[in-house]
Design a protein. Structure first.
Length: 199
């Protein structure tokens, strides 16, 4: 494995475990066996290195989103596919992305531009699906912007409170079955609500 790729892989794991502030350049180079100047040589700074780590982890979910949006599925099916893809990637496949939430809570100063653009793009695509569903009479009229934030916001608690919710060791991934349960519940509440329907 190339030194740069090794730094990104190991660095991602360290950021997941300790957060941005808890990881030093020395920690990364020591864990990878690289020389002390490797981070500066390949990335320029610790902050730029962090940005590259996050950007690489975001790319796969962006590709999945493009595939879903371009599919011939209906609005309801697209929403589920988008939430499911995001949930499985963040909660099960790539839990290291939770460092984004930690940085957002810390004020967002170090959030990479690619991450901010990806979040805006994601919400825009959800808004397009909601508009399409409203136009087709499948969804009622709602505040599209807030609905898009709320849609993915339903997963935030599972990311922030994973040790409490799942009773698992800190930093371990949710099981596939549990993530599917999360998606089922979120879709049911988002699309159908919790109120009993009037007869």
């Amino acid at each position: 494995m190339r030194t740069k790729d090794k730094l990104l892989e190991i660095g991602g794991k360290l950021f997941e475990e300790r957060g941005y502030e808890g990881v030093s350049v020395r920690d990364v180079v020591k864990a990878t066996g690289a020389n002390l100047g490797a981070i500066t040589y390949h990335f320029g700074s610790k902050e730029a290195f962090f940005g590259e780590v996050v950007s690489r982890k975001i790319e796969p979910i962006m590709r999945m989103g493009l595939t879903i949006v371009a599919s011939g599925k209906g609005p309801r099916e697209k929403l589920r596919a988008m939430l499911e893809a995001f949930a499985f990637y963040v909660l099960h496949t790539e839990p290291a992305l939770k460092v984004l939430f930690a940085e957002a809570l810390a004020g967002g100063r170090r959030l990479p531009k690619a991450a901010i653009e990806a979040i805006i793009w994601r919400n825009k695509k959800v808004a397009e699906v909601l508009h399409d569903g409203i136009r087709k009479g499948l969804f009622r009229k709602v505040d599209i912007e807030c609905a898009a934030w709320s849609f993915f916001g339903m997963l935030t608690g599972y990311i922030l409170y994973k040790p409490i919710i799942a009773g698992q060791k800190r930093h371990s991934a949710y099981t596939e079955a549990y993530v599917r349960r999360i998606v089922d519940a979120a879709m049911d509440i988002f699309l159908d609500g919790v109120c009993r329907r009037k007869k």
